[in-house]
Design a protein around this ligand. Structure first.
Ligand SMILES: NC(=O)c1ccc[n+]([C@@H]2O[C@H](COP(=O)([O-])OP(=O)(O)OC[C@H]3O[C@@H](n4cnc5c(N)ncnc54)[C@H](O)[C@@H]3O)[C@@H](O)[C@H]2O)c1
Ligand SMILES: O=C(O)C(=O)C[C@]1(C(=O)O)C=C[C@@H](O)C=C1
Length: 362
């Protein structure tokens, strides 16, 4: 496995390329419909080589990765089927839905192996500038091979993608769309709907958006994701989403009744059950709840304090993944939330800040 061709060099295609390109034995060629993305992918060192057309990259490839929106994935499968590809070539995709894609791939010529894939990590950001080599580290990477896929070919694919450091899982495409519909697709609809609701309220109460604080921002972050990508995902997972709409309507009616009846006990149970289930979700991987290695630091509200904290971390060569001021009011101690990539970084930061008399807690 030497020649790898990635079609679509956005967030996901770019991140896969960065993760596998570190291996000297792979040569990664890339193509993107957008000339600007393609140019940037090469100049940022995301790919080894850019090609001018799908045919140019595909005919010599041992592995072809389709990293475009799911509707485009189906068109590309049909397009690739018209080309004279290498014998034993493997085609995989990264689409967020699997059933329609796997069905489309069933039409491919017999000499082509198609293995559906879905790395379960991402971002609301799009484009090659957002790509990161470590995006999939510890995340689940789901494969949906059909019964006709040769075991050796699946191993070959995993041997390339193991450099993403993701954790591999296998299931059939229908089960994939059911589960991912619940943990990913439907929540994106809810996030966008909450934003629509606020937009309507703003028409009569223009000041309301200034009050939208941490809670609203946390739950609606994913409403900033690519509209084209999410349109296509929803169109591919219609059946599962319709079930989820029914369940959601029941859930909202249940909550509505508790509020209408002034049922304090019922509301307490409603929130207690949700909290305890959420807290039991896996935290140490990039599953439903991402890994947080957060450290909170009490800081006096005076100019220069943030640069002092970041300077101390830089002195100890500790990298931050995020920094956020949680509270900063006049004359009141504020709180900085520092996020780290690992527990080790957090512990080092804790020690370094303590030495400079900063109060920290996890
Ligand atoms: N964003 C996420 O969080 C996430 C996570 C896992 C999987 N996915 C899946 O990954 C795929 C890509 O998503 P992304 O977030 O990288 O999107 P993106 O918008 O960052 O990148 C997609 C790229 O594909 C290019 N493209 C579109 N049609 C093309 C075509 N026919 N030929 C060549 N290039 C084409 C676009 O120009 C763009 O650069 C989607 O199928 C999505 O469902 C996304
Ligand atoms: O973190 C985010 O912003 C994401 O939305 C990532 C997310 C998800 O829903 O969890 C989005 C789409 C995917 O197919 C996989 C992961």
């Amino acid at each position: 496995m030497k020649d790898i061709f990635i079609i679509g060099l956005g967030l996901i295609g770019g991140s896969i390329s960065l993760a596998i390109k570190k291996e000297d034995s792979f040569h990664v060629k890339g193509f993107d419909l957008s000339a600007e993305q393609l140019r940037m992918a090469k100049s940022l060192g995301v790919i080894d080589e850019k090609v001018k057309s799908i045919e140019e990259g595909a005919v010599h490839a041992d592995l072809i990765v389709l990293a475009v929106p799911v509707a485009q994935t189906i068109e590309l499968i049909q397009q690739l089927n018209q080309l004279d590809l290498k014998k034993d070539v493997i085609i995989t995709d990264v689409g967020s839905t699997k059933q329609e894609i796997v069905q489309a791939a069933a039409q491919l010529n017999e000499s082509i192996t198609f293995i559906g894939g879905h790395p379960m990590a991402g971002s609301h950001k799009s484009g090659v500038e957002a790509a990161k080599a470590h995006l999939f580290e510890n995340a689940f990477y789901i494969f949906t091979p059909t019964a006709t896929v040769d075991r050796e070919q699946l191993i070959t694919l995993k041997n390339v993608l193991k450099h993403t450091k993701a954790r591999f899982l296998q299931m059939d495409a229908k089960q994939h769309d059911k589960l991912v519909g619940a943990v990913s697709h439907f929540p994106h609809i809810i996030a966008a709907s909450l934003v629509h609701q606020l937009e309507k309220l703003q028409e009569t109460d223009p000041g309301v958006t200034r009050l939208a604080a941490g809670g609203f921002r946390d739950i609606t972050r994913i409403a900033s994701s690519s509209p084209v990508m999410w349109r296509d995902i929803l169109l591919h997972n219609q059946e599962e989403l319709l079930h989820l709409f029914d369940q959601w309507q029941n859930e909202m009616n249940r909550a509505r009744n508790l509020v209408q009846d002034g049922d304090g006990e019922g509301l307490l149970t409603f929130f207690q059950q949700a909290r305890s289930f959420r807290e039991g979700l896996p935290q140490r991987n990039k599953g439903a709840i991402p890994a947080f290695y957060d450290l909170f630091v009490d800081v006096p509200d005076h100019p220069g304090v943030i640069s002092d904290v970041t300077y101390i971390l830089a002195e100890h060569e500790i990298s931050l993944t995020n920094i956020r001021i949680l509270e900063a009011r006049e004359d009141i101690m504020g709180v900085l939330r520092l996020s780290f990539r690992s527990e080790m970084d957090r512990d080092l930061a804790k020690k370094a800040l303590k030495k400079r008399l900063y109060e920290t807690y996890e």
